[in-house]
Design a protein around this ligand. Structure first.
Ligand code: ADP
Length: 593
């Protein structure tokens, strides 16, 4: 039989809202809504014993006053009590399973989706955001949303629905008393809306301040050596504790405001209970209602406010989760770089065509045009901050150019999928990223499908084998966080081994060997010499002596291309390159007297 399901308009809208606000899956949002409905049934089931109690109290009073001698047999009470117990157990069990299982699954799915999204984001996004901010979205924001989904949404929907259903049913008994029960609800909604407005702003500010603290602590730990050896450590600690104090006052204010609003809502609802007592006794005395009706309303009024109070508290949690949900949405909606996954360039020449680029407002590259030919080595030279690294980032589409174009073999890289493009690039940079894993696995990152022999060959070509052999477990040695047991030169050689394994046609290289001893430097140069053969090579050059044999030298200054040529041509011109080269030669002659 075809599976048909009636969807109410309100149910559909709530489902869409949940999906949109919390970025949860279609199935997840249905399940959360269903858990709200089961919660409503649970709340109504817990109201039924109150009905039974009212009946018992009514009978007892009637018998006491000699109004009746008839009553339900004892087994009737036992049977009803047993049925009610079963209904409460069943509705609670199903609510619990639905909400916790769904929220745990959604939490896992959301974290994976965020991690995958971050991988696909352009580096421009990561460059513009604080890393602790991003980490906090993955950990804290998702945890806040999970809390809202695991309890608050279901309790809000269930509490509100069961409260309203009970009031509507009671209105059939007596409209006046049901009105007394319901009269305070609009006031509660107003109080909670006020709570939303106030707490959202405070919550946002607190979050920003908390990020300041984690940034400050991270910086403190990273620079602890420098700070300990200088006299500024006291000032630094004072600044940090001032930031922490500022957050504390914000947190206290936030807790005070939310606590105040929630207790205000509770008290407003308790006024409803008072109204039922006053109006109920008046109606009872005037004979308008029976004793049973009065008892029923009294007992229901006591019981009904519990789910409604929970609904109010849950609304508070949902409101404060909106800031986190908003941050998750901002991240997930950030546009990704698009492009074709098919790439068949005519060659692997990289051409910059009138490229201008700004990280923020001001251009750091102005109208740069040149071509790095396949099979040739092109060096980028210029004073620090002139834009050499930026050109490499643009060539790899880590950032997209603002004006002009970058081509790979005649294809505008804006039209190539970033992952497809990067399959053709290897990077050998100073800031090598290594994982807390074995040497073997760190090299393997260059090519996931590499065989043991391929990894050994790559390590040999990159001159890694001799230092690996010296390590206690050879290739199986775990190198610690970011390769802390290795020297700078050894780490760079590992990154060259990765590049050998990847065997990509384009190599982007940061040639600096500034912090490396002469033995390591010779080995690195030997390894690089083997690596760059017959590929398109773009080198960020620092030591001009090492690039005199390059096919093309591009000289930059303040983001502008100043001159292009071979070493000899540029030396003859006697312009910026000539001055930089002469300056470096002079510094080589410097010695301690
Ligand atoms: P080089 O590699 O020649 O030393 P860069 O390409 O790193 O120079 O930097 C060029 C300019 O861009 C500099 O003024 C630098 O401050 C700025 N810059 C580099 N990276 C960023 C970034 N992520 N955000 C903002 N500005 C940056």
């Amino acid at each position: 039989m075809k599976n048909t399901r009636v969807i109410f308009h309100g149910e559909l809208e709530s489902n869409i809202m949940l999906k949109r606000i919390y970025r949860i899956s279609e199935g997840g949002s249905w399940n959360i809504l269903k858990s709200g409905l089961y919660m409503c049934l649970f709340n109504l089931a817990t109201l039924l014993p109150v009905l039974l109690l009212a009946m018992v109290a009514n009978e007892m009073m009637k018998r006491y006053f000699g109004l009746t001698h008839e009553s339900m047999p004892l087994w009737g009470y036992w049977g009803t009590a047993f049925l009610l117990l079963f209904a409460i157990y069943f509705t609670y069990r199903i609510t619990y399973r639905k909400k916790y299982l769904t929220s745990t699954q959604e939490d896992m799915r959301l974290r994976m989706e965020i991690a995958d999204k971050i991988r696909r984001l352009p580096l421009s996004y990561i460059g513009r955001h604080d890393l602790s901010d991003l980490a906090s979205t993955v950990m804290d924001d998702v945890a806040t949303v999970e809390l809202a989904l695991s309890t608050s949404v279901a309790e809000f929907v269930g509490g509100l629905l069961s409260g309203l259903t009970a009031i509507v049913i009671l209105a059939f008994y007596n409209r006046k008393l049901a009105g007394s029960l319901a009269v305070c609800l609009p006031l509660v909604v107003i109080a909670m809306s006020l709570c939303r407005i106030i707490s959202e702003g405070t919550n946002k500010r607190n979050r920003e301040k908390k990020l300041d603290i984690s940034d400050g602590i991270q910086e403190y730990l990273e620079n602890i050596k420098v700070l300990r050896s200088s006299e500024t450590i006291k000032n630094y600690q004072n600044r940090l504790s001032a930031t922490i104090k500022r957050v504390l006052s914000g947190l206290v204010l936030y807790e005070f405001l939310s606590g105040f609003m929630i207790s205000l809502s509770h008290n407003i609802m308790r006024i409803g209970l008072g109204l039922v007592i006053v109006s109920g006794s008046t109606l009872l005395i005037s004979g308008e209602i029976s004793l049973f009706t009065f008892l029923l309303f009294l007992l229901v009024a006591v019981r009904i406010y519990e789910p409604l109070t929970k609904a109010c508290e849950s609304l508070g949690v949902m409101i404060s989760s909106l800031v986190s949900a908003g941050r998750i949405r901002d991240l997930m909606d950030y546009p990704e770089q698009q492009g074709s996954e098919m790439l068949q360039p005519e060659s692997f020449d990289i051409s910059f065509d009138h490229v201008s680029f700004a990280y923020n407002k001001e251009d750091v590259l102005h109208d740069v045009s040149f071509t790095a030919k396949q099979g040739k080595i092109t060096a980028l030279v210029g004073p620090s901050g002139c834009g050499k690294s930026t050109l490499c980032r643009l060539a790899a589409r880590f950032w997209d150019v603002n004006r002009g174009s970058v081509f790979l073999g005649g294809i505008n890289i804006n039209k190539i999928n970033p992952d497809t493009l990067l399959m053709n690039y290897s990077f050998v940079f100073q800031d090598v990223v290594l994982f807390n894993d074995t040497i073997y696995n760190n090299i393997k990152i260059g090519k996931e499908s590499a065989t043991y022999e391929e990894i050994l060959t790559a390590a040999k070509l990159a001159c890694c084998d001799e230092f690996i052999d010296r390590l206690p477990q050879g290739y199986n040695t775990v190198i610690g966080e970011n390769g802390m047991i290795l020297s700078g030169g050894e780490r760079q050689r590992l990154s060259i081994a990765r590049a050998f394994l990847k065997d990509a046609p384009v190599i982007l290289l940061d040639e600096s060997t500034a912090s490396i001893d002469p033995e390591n430097e010779t080995k690195i140069q030997k390894a690089i010499g083997r690596l760059i053969k017959d590929r398109t090579v773009l080198i960020i050059a620092h030591k001009l002596r090492s690039i005199v044999a390059c096919d093309k030298i591009v000289v930059l200054n303040e983001g502008k291309l100043i001159e292009v040529g071979t070493h000899e041509e540029l030396m003859q011109k006697g312009s910026l390159y000539y001055h930089l080269y002469s300056l470096q030669n002079e510094s080589l002659e410097w010695k301690v007297k």
